[in-house]
Design a protein around this ligand. Structure first.
Ligand code: ISJ
Length: 410
């Protein structure tokens, strides 16, 4: 299996001394980002898997909770939904008043994007602000406490007991790991670094008053929908390279235990059922295969389906979020167990996020390998699926390995 080690401390400073590769966030995006954090205006900056550059949307209007599919109004937006929600099709919409790409800024007119600003606020946003490092705006929202290894392992033990007692087949637990951010740090540099080291992830930096500021490098599609069709995936099971393993081993040779094959199977069955219950036919599904995400390996099967009308998409999204990859199975029991153990601490972690009608269709990702950014601290949210055979110490280690996706650039 291919081995990716965390660089030793010396290697990190060596990397910083080398000329930084050309930044992918453009000077105009960076300036707009600085203006938005200074004035606490909503913005989202993201890089799609495999793309070269970032896109950015920002605006001066407050985000609103609206249906993702089947709502009124066609304004492009970046959407973000929390883990806990009564209606999985409703999300915060950060409106795209200004869209900034590598080609410059474009401005929402109410009917489309124009090359010239139509409001004074749009001109200001496109001009941005000058200055140094970009830090998250201050927040008054309560933030969760970090969880120690003994506490997390005790949670896992209780989840295993609940599964043995027949309450659920799978429960996804999570915890928070808090790190200090250096004085004068720069969030755009962090997002750039994340995009560079994780070319196959969806990388984003999003900030608004109701959502707080989040940094994400997720490997997981929740739902992509455009004129050509629908896409989702069942991603579960986690392995990380043994430091002594042969770096040339092919990931396809990785062996998955029955426990993990079963766990991934639960997620795939959940997705299959969601399509069927929504009456969406013509769904194709690949057999599970090993995929790499940063320093981790997962088992993944991909689903594709023909394009569907908005009401059907709304129904599908309600059924998919939160999936059994991030909540558990059956969903209601796992959800109750999570709230009882973790409290309501996940916020937007294991929710979803992504662009809606910016370019082709709507592209929603699961908000995983993500962190809430405060002014001087970053809270990494990490979790894993617990089944009857789970070992508490290994589950703790899995969450430690998952902190490296973002931890690698801190
Ligand atoms: C919950 C997380 O990841 C999810 C859980 C996985 C697992 O249980 O093995 C694997 C991928 C994700 O679907 C996370 O990264 O925090």
């Amino acid at each position: 299996m291919a081995v990716e080690h965390r660089p030793p401390a010396g290697a990190v400073s060596g990397r910083q001394e080398k000329a930084r590769p050309m930044t992918k966030i453009t000077p105009q995006q960076r300036a707009a980002c600085r203006l938005c954090v200074t004035e606490n205006l909503p913005f989202a900056l993201w890089r799609e898997p495999g793309d070269d550059g970032f896109r950015m949307i920002c605006g001066s209007g407050a985000p609103r909770v609206e249906p993702v599919f089947g709502g009124s109004g066609g304004q492009p937006a970046f959407v973000m939904a929390p883990f806990r929600t009564d209606d999985g099709n409703r999300a915060w919409h950060l409106p795209a008043e200004v869209l900034i790409t590598a080609d410059g800024a474009r401005f929402w007119t109410g009917a489309g994007f124009s090359q010239t600003p139509v409001t004074p606020a749009q001109s200001r946003l496109a001009g941005g602000a000058e200055g140094g490092g970009i830090q998250a705006p201050a927040t008054t929202v309560p933030v969760p406490e970090p969880v120690s290894a003994p506490d997390y392992e005790a949670r896992v033990t209780r989840a295993v007991a609940a599964i043995h007692a027949g309450a659920c087949d799978k429960i996804v637990l999570s915890r928070v790991d808090a790190r200090d951010l250096p004085v004068g740090h720069d969030l755009c540099a962090l997002a750039d670094d994340l995009a560079r080291v994780h070319p196959h992830a969806f990388v984003s930096l999003v900030s608004s008053q109701p959502t707080g500021t989040w940094l994400t490098a997720t490997p997981e599609i929740l739902l992509h929908a455009d004129d050509t069709g629908l896409r989702t995936m069942a991603l579960a099971g986690t392995q990380w390279p043994d430091p002594d393993s042969d770096p040339d081993t092919d990931p396809a040779d990785l062996i998955w235990s029955d426990k993990i094959v079963e766990e991934q199977g639960f997620v795939a069955a959940f997705i299959r059922d969601a399509f069927a219950a929504e009456g969406i036919a013509g769904v194709s599904e690949t057999p599970p295969a090993t995929v790499r995400a940063a320093n981790l390996y997962h088992l993944r099967s991909d689903f594709r389906a023909p394009a569907a009308p908005e009401p059907q998409l709304a129904g599908l999204l309600r059924r998919l979020h939160p999936t059994s990859a991030v909540c558990g199975m059956p969903r209601a029991g796992a959800h109750d167990f999570i709230l009882a153990e973790e409290g309501d601490t996940r916020s937007f972690y294991t929710g979803y996020l992504g662009p809606k009608r910016v370019g082709a269709g709507t592209r929603l990702y699961v908000n995983l390998r993500s962190a809430r950014v405060l002014r001087d601290r970053i809270l990494l949210h990490v979790g894993g699926g617990i089944v009857a055979a789970s070992d508490p110490a290994l589950e703790w280690q899995e969450t430690v390995e998952k902190t490296r996706t973002i931890g690698q650039v801190l």
